[in-house]
Write a new protein. Structure first.
Length: 203
């Protein structure tokens, strides 16, 4: 998993509440088990019309936001079914951080497992960042995870809270597999001890 320390990029505003995982990545794209290639289908039903043409009014289709790496969203982002394809699609598009007042629990947990930082802020702080994001290409925001600070285009800063363990995992790029491999020596020692004391289990 890619490490997350500091991300500076354009923030895209998505002022919608209750954006569920089916809006993030519709069910017809869930057949793959690959984490790549889903970015083109992110927000599919909002990004494209019935003929597959881009909807020019959707935020990520606007020139200023085509390479956005931060998403400022409305309340209760990521609700609905527990599909891990949702953070896969966001990450494949290039989104490394999602900011909202609240997230669905499963989506929130899945973000950390895939190298995306979900930040919970007060409605007032989200409104301020939403205004900043409306500036288009000038909506450059910096997310400093180590210091837990968001810096807006005007230089103003907003602090955010985060569980220390999740913070360490993002900074060090540790997903579930990475966390397990940190204990590889202890696992190997246990396996060897068991092999010697209970050899019939290895027969």
């Amino acid at each position: 998993m890619e490490k997350f320390k500091t991300v500076t990029g354009v923030a895209a505003p998505l002022a919608m509440i209750n954006v569920d995982t089916d809006k993030i990545i519709p069910k017809q794209f869930l057949k793959t088990i690959k984490r790549t290639g889903l970015g083109k289908s992110l927000f599919f039903e909002m990004r494209y019309d019935d003929d597959g043409n881009e909807n020019p009014d959707f935020v990520l289709n606007k020139p200023a936001y085509r390479k956005a790496s931060i998403l400022v969203a409305g309340d209760n982002f990521g609700c609905g079914s527990s599909r891990e394809h949702a953070p896969w699609a966001l990450l494949d598009f290039g989104i490394r951080c999602v900011i909202s007042t609240s997230f669905a629990d499963i989506f929130y947990n899945n973000c950390f497992k895939n190298g995306i930082l979900p930040i919970k802020l007060s409605p007032e702080d989200v409104d301020k960042l939403m205004e900043d994001a409306d500036r288009g290409a000038n909506a450059t925001v910096t997310i400093d995870l180590e210091n837990q600070v968001i810096t807006g285009p005007d230089g103003g800063s907003i602090e955010f809270d985060l569980d220390p363990f999740r913070k360490r995992c993002l900074i060090e790029g540790l997903d579930d597999v990475g966390q397990t491999l940190e204990k590889a020596e202890k696992i190997d020692a246990f396996e060897e001890s068991r092999r010697l004391s209970q050899p019939w289990l290895s027969a």
